[in-house]
Design a protein around this ligand. Sequence first.
Ligand SMILES: Cc1cc2nc3c(=O)[nH]c(=O)nc-3n(C[C@H](O)[C@H](O)[C@H](O)COP(=O)(O)O)c2cc1C
Length: 399
Amino acid sequence: MLSYLYIAGSSNGRTSPFEGEYLGSNPGPAAMFSGFLYRNIVKEVLFLFPADSVHEAFLKFGKKLGNLGFFKTLIAKLWRYDNFILEQNLVGLTFKNPIGLSAGFDYDADLVEILPSIGFGFNTAGTLTHEAYEGNSPPMLGRLPKSKSLLVNKGFKNKGVTKVLSTIRSNTNLLGISIGATNKPYSSFEDMVENLVSGFRDAENFNNFNYYELNISCPNLLNIQNLNNKLDSHSGLKQVLTSLEKLNIKRPVFIKMPLEKSETETKELIETASPFSFIKGLIFANLAKDRKNPTFNTEEIKKAGKGGFSGKPTEEKSNQLLRFAYKLCHDRFLLIGVGGIFTAEDAYRKILSGASVVQLITGMIFMGPQQVGVINKDLVTLLKRDGYNSIKEAVGAKA
Ligand SMILES: Cc1cc2nc3c(=O)[nH]c(=O)nc-3n(C[C@H](O)[C@H](O)[C@H](O)COP(=O)(O)O)c2cc1C
């Protein structure tokens, strides 16, 4: 145990890549034991309760832990894994490791204090909107364990950009905020775009975060379904970006891309974004809507309520779009991969497909929070196995 604590907490000498990294087993005993407990006991119990309540309880608990310095340090010692091979400077930001928390889990930025200890290299809060929204009618979350997926029907539940950003005291990690249009009826597309831009205008009053995500691809905005569909078209996206350009945003903006688009449609969106220099990256991709996806367990999908799906049903398509985008525009945009990452192999596949960094939610819920450090540690093993001295060398190698 002690040797693992030493390894997990060490920042590693910089004389040789990989040196001093493999004194413990892989994954280390503390993380392995936590994972075993989580998957066999904690998760089994949590999954007996409604997903909405468990999520809320987890956020409250995480927020409390984040205020307790001792626990933060202990958790970091047990779970966090650092290695300079995993570090990258991209679009003016330093990513300590390539594993980020994707938008939607920490929607009101309650976990900003605890997430670095768990091991994330960056984390996105939101999606936030100009006005607060209490969420779609419950249930807002569901579980499809056999399909390794979650049903999501939140519709941007959040307290609003200004209120959330006012509560963030500090962030030791890279923190991003995802912004979308408030989920309410509008008289026109122009009104909705104005609302979305107002969200960015609100956020520009704060210096306590590092990057933006522009969410044009949420599948469960029940109050604005028709208008929202236009956001991920050439004309709709161009209108949004033209309005946003006027804000003269200096922090990098990444677009959260839709999943279920053809390569031709994706190319059109990429070409639309390309002339706007404040757009620095593209995230592939958001939730799945298509219930015919063969990854779903037939019984589970039949019973699923309203909403979009995360996890394994998003993996193959998001990797395909990533490879496509890498070939098309990796010299123009930072590419971020998300969808179905449960293990280091899953993350590595996205990196080889063209992602410089990746994000996850569902893998953490199914495998346990310690999995973030495990993935980072195992990623180093995979890079070493394939003869890479840094992540950069591996990005896009199999695109
Ligand atoms: C509970 C939940 C809420 C989500 N809410 C948002 C959101 O508000 N904005 C967004 O861009 N994506 C949202 N997503 C999508 C995720 O950011 C991610 O793209 C998707 O879940 C695929 O990653 P995963 O398989 O690792 O979960 C949400 C996903 C989940 C599971």
